[in-house]
Ligand binder design. Sequence first.
Ligand SMILES: [Zn+2]
Length: 65
Amino acid sequence: MRKEFRCPYCNKLVGITKEDGKSIVKVLRRAPRNKSNNETIFENKCPKCNNLVYLQFRFLQNTGT
Ligand SMILES: [Zn+2]
């Protein structure tokens, strides 16, 4: 399943990723203060309004078995 990310300021499409059920992706206006080990942050500049947006990938921990 494809998921689109839109700039929180101007709604321009800034990225597309695949959702595989193993991670949660959020678009943030500000970088999170506390980054945990299972998170990755990508900085992305919106091509339309030039604001920095942050794509936060949080990997779900495997709690099965
Ligand atoms: Zn924008």
